[in-house]
Design a protein around this ligand. Structure first.
Ligand SMILES: Nc1ncnc2c1ncn2[C@@H]1O[C@H](COP(=O)(O)OP(=O)(O)OP(=O)(O)O)[C@@H](O)[C@H]1O
Ligand SMILES: O=C(O)c1ccc[n+]([C@@H]2O[C@H](COP(=O)([O-])O)[C@@H](O)[C@H]2O)c1
Length: 213
């Protein structure tokens, strides 16, 4: 059932991701969504991995990804960690998470924050029409995707899934977790691309030093 969009409902953002590792791109998206949409807070929600995929070579464990998110957002009072997708069964579909959240919190309107790469993949997500019924999608540019391309994809998806899409006004942020993993693996600095607390945790725990499988 489609949620009514009521000005009186609490507005909460969700920044979902693999966060392997969490970097400044994720943090800036959360902060700009908070600012531009007048959100009460932003939940940082690491997505779970199926048990058979945990502790993959060259990747952080689920526990390490959660710890990195906790450390990265620690200094921001309107950011909050949500571990609702970290459970033994592993991967959670976004439509299910959102429907469960809506069911449990009828006074909240959710805003799901994504980068442009995720927008152009949305057709391949599980039940996009149910995702669109359960939240407003909030989209930031990535990989220098133009505003006009983002706007036309948002219009197409909005019509296809009867959804509500908003564009965040952000600069292009040239960073990806994959790039940072490869830099650590090659002994290069990732300082300033992640918070100091995350950089030191990656060093202490010796994450991303082994080549990927
Ligand atoms: N630099 C960025 N600019 C805009 N959006 C981003 C950026 N980095 C990540 N995102 C968005 O944040 C969400 C979570 O991203 P994710 O945790 O997969 O990071 P990633 O950098 O894309 O990881 P990887 O390089 O491993 O694919 C996605 O919707 C993604 O589009
Ligand atoms: O539900 C789906 O089918 C689905 C498919 C791909 C990504 N997602 C969600 O989108 C968010 C960003 O995903 P990722 O893979 O870019 O880290 C994260 O919260 C994922 O759970 C969700």
């Amino acid at each position: 059932m489609s949620q009514t969009r009521d000005e009186k409902r609490r507005r909460i953002g969700i920044m979902g991701g693999t966060f392997d590792p969490i970097h400044i791109g994720h943090l800036i998206l959360g902060e700009k969504a908070y600012e531009q949409l007048g959100l009460e807070k932003v939940l940082f929600m690491p997505s779970g991995n199926p048990p058979h995929k945990r502790h993959r070579a060259g990747r952080a464990s689920d526990e390490q990804r959660v710890e990195m998110v906790a450390r990265a957002i620690a200094g921001n009072s309107h950011f909050e960690l949500s571990t609702v997708e970290m459970h033994e069964d592993g991967y959670s579909y976004t439509y299910r998470t959102l429907e469960q959240l809506n069911h449990a919190n009828t006074d909240v309107e959710y805003y799901f924050i994504i980068g442009a790469d995720s927008l152009f993949n949305l057709d391949s997500w599980m039940k996009p029409e149910r995702i669109c019924a359960a939240c407003t999608m909030v989209v930031a540019t990535r990989n220098h995707t133009s505003v006009s391309k983002i706007n036309s994809e948002m219009a197409r998806l909005s019509q296809k899934y009867q959804g509500r899409f908003l564009r965040l006004d952000t600069l292009n942020i040239d960073v990806s977790s994959e790039m940072l993993r490869s830099w650590v693996q090659r002994g290069k600095s990732i300082r300033y691309y992640c918070t100091d607390s995350v950089v030191s945790y990656i060093e202490e725990q010796k994450i991303y030093r082994t080549p990927k499988e």
